[in-house]
Each structure stands twice: as C-alpha cells, then as structure tokens.
Design a protein around this ligand. Structure first.
Ligand code: IVH
Length: 676
C-alpha cells in the first residue's frame, strides 16, 4: 500500500481534476487553461503509475478507454425501457391531455413537465452505492447491449455520484448525443484521416456508442443528458422535476446548464404545453444539438404510477414531434468539384428553397454510387432535408414528375478543370484526377495550406488564391513566401493596404510548429491528429523527411494505409524539394514541447542489448510517446527494454523487480492510444 500522504495527494488530485472536468464538460465554464489541465492530468498519471494499490476506480485516468472487445454482451434491463407514443399535431397534444384527465378522473389542469426530445440514442447507466457499475443501450427495450466501457469515457458522466450517502441503486436514463459543431469537426477529421463520415449527429453518436474499441469512443465528442430513471432504491422522488434536480445535484448532466435557451418548463394544462412546443420549435435551429420534438410528462410521479402503460408506452407521457424539415425543389444542374486530393465530388445545384428557415441551393451527391442509388438526374424534382439540421441532402426523387427525356447522370471521364483522364482507385468509391499540375487541385491544396489549423495565413482567402493561381503568380506553397507587393497590387481590386496585410500575415505564418507544418503539406490521410503524432515522434523536419515506413508504423494511430501514403509522399523528389524551399525562404518550424503527453507518459525506460531498430529511433519512440529515458537501473525505473545480448543491467533490473519488456512489447505499450 502506498503511504498516507500519497493516498491523500492522489485523492485530492482525482477530486480536483474531476471538478475541472465537470466545469468544462457539464457547466461549459472551464476554470483553468487546457495546458494547466494537461499538467494536472500528467501528474495524476505519474502518481498512479508509480504507486500500486491506489484507488483508481473513479480516477479521471479511467476515462481513456480500455482493451477492444470482440462483441457486446447482452444484458436484460431490470425495468424495461419503454418508448413514447408520438403526437404530430396540436390536436394530438389536446387528445393526450384529455386522456390523462379522463383517466385520473379530474377536471383540474394537469401539471406537465416538458423538455426537448433529444435526437440521439437512449442509454441506461447503473450506479450501485454511488459507483458507476454498468451502462446499457436500450436495445429492444427488454435486453440491451453492455456498453459500460464506452459510456465510461464520456467526460461529463461521473464515475462516482456526488453524495456522502448515495442511493444503493440508481438507474439513470438519458440520451447520448453529439453537438452539431462537434459533429462537423468530427466529420472533417474523419475525412482527413480517410475514415468514413457520418450522415448526421445521431448516426455518429450511435456508431460511436456501438464501437468495440473504447479508445476510439474516448476520442469522440459524446455528450449525455439524463432525463429519467429506471429502477432505484433508498431514494424518493415526488415529481419529474425533482428527479432532474436531484440528478443534477448528484453530478449528472441534465440538459445544458448555462444556455440562453428555454430547456424545460412546468406547464399547467394543454395550452401551456402548446406554447412551450412553439417556443422550442422556434429556437430549434439555434440550439447546439439536434432535437426532433418535445417530450411531455405528467409531473406528479404518483399520478404517473396510476396512469401506468398501454402496450409498450406510458400513458403519462407523449412525444410531440416537429414536422420534418423537408421541402421539394428541382435540380437545375449537377456540377463536379475537385478536392485537394483530386477527388471528384458531384454537387446538385437546385432552385433555392427554404428548409427550416434556411435557404438551400446546394447538396452534395458524394459520388457516382450515391447518384446511382438515389437515381438523381438533372431536371428531377427532389425532396431535400437538412440532415441532422445541418447539412442539406437529397432524400429522394419525385419520380412521377420526372421528364421523359431525362438521362442518368454520369461523372465525367476527364477532369473538368484540367481535362486529364480521371482514375477510379480500387477499393475506393471516389474517382480522382491524378494530374499533379491540375489547377483545381493546386487551388484546393493552397487553401488547405493557408487555413487556420495549418499555416494560418489569415489574410489570404479563397478568392485571392483563385486569382493568384489564375494569374500564374502562385504555383506552389513556397511561392507565397516569394510574393512581392507590386505583384499583388497589379491584381484586380488589391490596394496598397490590402497587399500589406496579405504580406504581413504571410510573414507571421513563418513561425510555426512541426505539427502544423506537416498538416499544411496536405499529405493524403494526414489529418491534424496524425500530424501531431508525427511531430511528437520525429521532433524535427529532417527526421520526418527521412522517416522509414517501419518507423512510421511504430507510431500510435498510424496504420499501414496512412504509413504507405506518407511514404509515397516522402519519396516524391518534388515534396522534399518544396519543404526545403519553404525552410530556405524563412519558415521556422518549432519541434514539439518536451514532456509530451502520450501513451508512455509518467513511465521511465532504459534500453539494453541490441534492438531490431537503431537506439536513437527507440529513444525517439519512447520520448515521442511521453516516456522518460533513465541512464541507470534503479528502483525508480519502470521498464527495462531488452534486446539481444543484454548486459548486467538485466540482472540488476530483475533483482529490483523492474518490468522487463522486449521491443515488441514496448511497441504494444506505445501503440495504445494516448489519453486526451
Ligand atoms: S422520457 C417511456 N425524455 O425518446 C420513455 N425520452 O420514444 C420515457 N428521448 O427512447 C422517455 N429525449 O431515447 C424522454 N427528454 C426526453 C427524451 C426522450 C429523447 C427519447 C428516448 C426514448 C425515446 C422514446
């Protein structure tokens, strides 16, 4: 057992970090910087790795995911998870109220607890004696899937309830969802890293909860809002409202806390419910997450009990759904856009139409397969909707209105920009232009290069880039750093001041980090996260440029497909030359901070014997993953990495009980995903 002061320090750190997690993820009011948070977190990791026997059950370090599963176990709910009857109109809300009144034999107005209907997926979290025990999906309502490890990674869900004498059993029910803004970022990252994108936030949330590798789940922006209970013991509630308040007090997230939105209301009688419904529908667009209606619940739990159920739905609640946000319009043309990696993306341009208060004209058709599946043609009348309230999509074609002479749409066989033949890559649905001099690809690559998360050249917008390329001023990344003021002024509409602004922001961008620099190069499949991992691993531009495929594969997060793509890029003479040009024109690339947070953070290592890779490479791997290299064997050493012909260090380490690992075992340790 660790000594008392360590235990105390550990408990305090756990509490402090949990509090900061709560401030950040539940209250949305962080009290410390991310950097300070990371420092505290590394301190916690360090204490836990150096001391056995600490109580890590409710430690924030447990929120980073565990070993992947083969499948989810099926578990019965103690109390079935019911579904709600749906109402689609004001009349149906009135009918619901009339039924409740009739059943409860009262003429008094009924008190309803109303809140939004979250568009995510239902989850039950079971706490025993205040401790997080298990989490289940709804499944068929009777049997759910055990997603304990995944739900545990959600930062806003407490592993211990905030109460000195918690109930012996509390089954919390609620909705897991992803915010609209997080969803867009997630899809962007998925795209950059060659993973599939999600159609809407609900699909993304459901896919993430049903992900067998909880380390992946841990890196996704899941949220949870509690809205009710399953079974509970040693705790008592009078009303639905009181349940919400109690759950909040116990540290669970119940809707947004500091929003400018109306989120819940006690409504006396049906008219108040209808007013609430209208207010929520009016703010729907602006809410940070998707909702598809409101839920109306009888507030008094005794009355709820009396009302009971009919079929699989409670008589005491109803979901008043909003009308789907769909509209009909006509496809005027289908244009084909060329992306940064040469991918051809067909986009339908439609007669402008309002959907949910926003005018829509464009919708992506993704690729040829998608066009064929929906059979969308130019001139077709189509039903469109905003998927997950955000991205417009074509749901279906109104075939009855199709013109007789319409023809299926086929993507061109030549790039619409440069005219070179396009290529269909095996295993990919997309067609691509592979002409490395295609002006469309150049423009998109330059737009990526200057973007905020890359080189951050903020005064250079899309229009200027088009103009630079069209006038032959810029043919490569490095040409930005060769621009002269008079060249910019010579372009249309660029005055003296704006030319100076442009040059100023280009100059400012010269100071950058290795992670941003690598990201900005636009290497296929290298998104921001992969670029960070590469920077942490290689530390300098030179080491990155001379990376071997094997060393790339030792990096956590980098699989064969990504390693191959990086390797291809590195072996193109032009890429290396361009990087050298950038450096010689004054771009200064700063290596990552030492003391990185990684899979080996808080652990110390020493190498002995001959490893299958160079010593320096092994050291770079350890340090790149946050580990420390020690110079001698001592009781402080966590791991001795042993190769062929180890020396006396091995015996000494054995006698001190130090962990002895092979190179392969070290790789496994390093491969585990890093905590956030
Ligand atoms: S209360 C008897 N409240 O709607 C079930 N449900 O069809 C009582 N949902 O599977 C559920 N937001 O996933 C309740 N504020 C809310 C909700 C909500 C979304 C979902 C839930 C359930 C479905 C019911």
């Amino acid at each position: 057992m660790p000594n008392e002061s360590i235990v105390k320090q550990h408990e305090e750190l756990k509490k402090l970090i949990s509090l900061h997690n709560y401030n950040y993820h539940v209250l949305d009011k962080p009290q410390i910087s991310d950097l300070d948070f990371d420092r505290l977190f590394s301190e916690l990791l360090k204490i836990e790795s150096e001391n056995d026997g600490l109580d890590i059950f409710d430690s924030p370090t447990q929120k980073i995911g565990g070993e992947p599963l083969d499948k989810f176990a099926k578990v019965d709910h103690r109390m079935p998870m019911l579904s709600l009857a749906n109402s689609y109109s004001i009349e149906e809300i009135l009918e619901f109220d009339a039924r409740v009144k009739k059943f409860s034999r009262t003429t008094d107005e009924i008190e309803y607890f109303c809140e939004p209907k979250f568009d995510g997926l239902a989850i039950e979290i079971i706490y025993e004696n205040g401790r997080y025990l298990r989490a289940l999906t709804r499944g068929d309502g009777v049997t759910g899937e055990d997603v304990t490890e995944n739900i545990k990674t959600i930062r806003s869900i407490p592993l211990r309830l905030n109460s000195p004498n918690p109930p012996s059993l509390l089954e919390v029910r609620g909705e897991v969802l992803i915010f609209k803004s997080d969803f867009q970022k997630l899809n962007q990252v998925q795209q950059e890293e060659a993973q599939h994108t999600f159609a809407n936030p609900r699909n993304a949330a459901a896919g993430t909860v049903r992900q067998l590798d909880s380390k992946i789940t841990a890196n996704r922006p899941l949220r949870f809002f509690a809205y009710g209970l399953g079974q509970y013991e040693n705790i008592f509630f009078e009303s639905q409202k009181a349940i919400g308040e109690k759950l909040e007090e116990l540290g669970l997230p119940v809707n947004l806390t500091n929003a400018d939105f109306l989120l819940r209301e006690i409504c006396r009688g049906p008219q108040a419910v209808i007013d609430f419904y209208k207010k929520i529908e009016g703010q729907r667009q602006d809410m940070p997450f998707d909702i598809d209606g409101i839920v109306v619940k009888v507030n008094n739990l005794r009355l709820q009990d009396e009302l009971g159920l009919v079929a699989r739905s409670p008589r005491w609640a109803t979901a008043a759904k909003f009308k789907p946000q769909q509209a009909e319009t006509m496809v005027e043309k289908i244009i084909v856009q060329i992306g940064r990696t040469g991918t051809l993306t067909p986009v339908a341009i439609m007669a402008p139409v309002k959907v949910g208060g926003v005018v829509i004209t464009n919708a992506t058709l993704h690729n040829q397969e998608e066009i064929d599946r929906k059979d969308v043609r130019i001139g077709d009348h189509v039903i469109i909707q905003r998927a997950g309230d955000v991205i417009p999509e074509i749901v279906s074609v109104v075939f009855e209105k199709r013109q007789k002479n319409s023809k299926p749409f086929l993507l061109p066989t030549n790039c619409p920009e440069c005219g070179k033949p396009v290529v269909k890559i095996e295993d990919e649905v997309a067609s691509r232009c592979v002409n490395s001099f295609c002006p469309a690809i150049l423009k998109e690559s330059l737009k990526h290069f200057v973007s905020r998360r890359a080189m951050n050249i903020d005064k250079v917008g899309d229009k200027i880039i088009d103009s630079f390329v069209d006038h032959g001023l810029i043919k490569s990344f490095s040409d930005f750093y060769r621009l002269q003021k008079d060249q910019i002024i010579a372009l249309d509409r660029q005055g003296d001041k704006s030319a100076e602004n442009i040059l100023g922001s280009i100059e400012k961008s010269k100071q950058t980090t290795l992670a941003r620099f690598i990201f900005s190069l636009g290497i296929r499949f290298v998104g921001e996260q992969t670029a960070k991992s590469l920077a942490e691993h290689f530390v300098t531009v030179d080491d990155f440029l001379t990376a071997s495929e094997e060393s790339l594969l030792t990096i956590p997060d980098i699989g064969p497909k990504v390693a191959k793509s990086i390797q291809n890029w590195l072996t193109q003479g032009r890429s290396i030359e361009e990087v050298k040009n950038l450096l010689s024109l004054g771009v200064m690339v700063e290596g990552p901070r030492k003391n990185v947070q990684g899979t080996l953070s808080g652990q110390s290592f020493l190498i002995t014997g001959t490893l299958p890779v160079k010593r320096d490479e092994a050291k770079a791997l350890i340090e790149g993953c946050g580990g420390k290299i020690l110079s001698a064997v001592s009781a402080k050493l966590n791991f001795l990495v042993v190769g062929n012909d180890p020396g006396s260090k091995m015996e000494k380490a054995q006698s001190l009980g130090v962990n002895i690992v092979s190179w392969e075992e070290l790789l496994n340790l390093a491969k585990k995903k890093r905590p956030e």
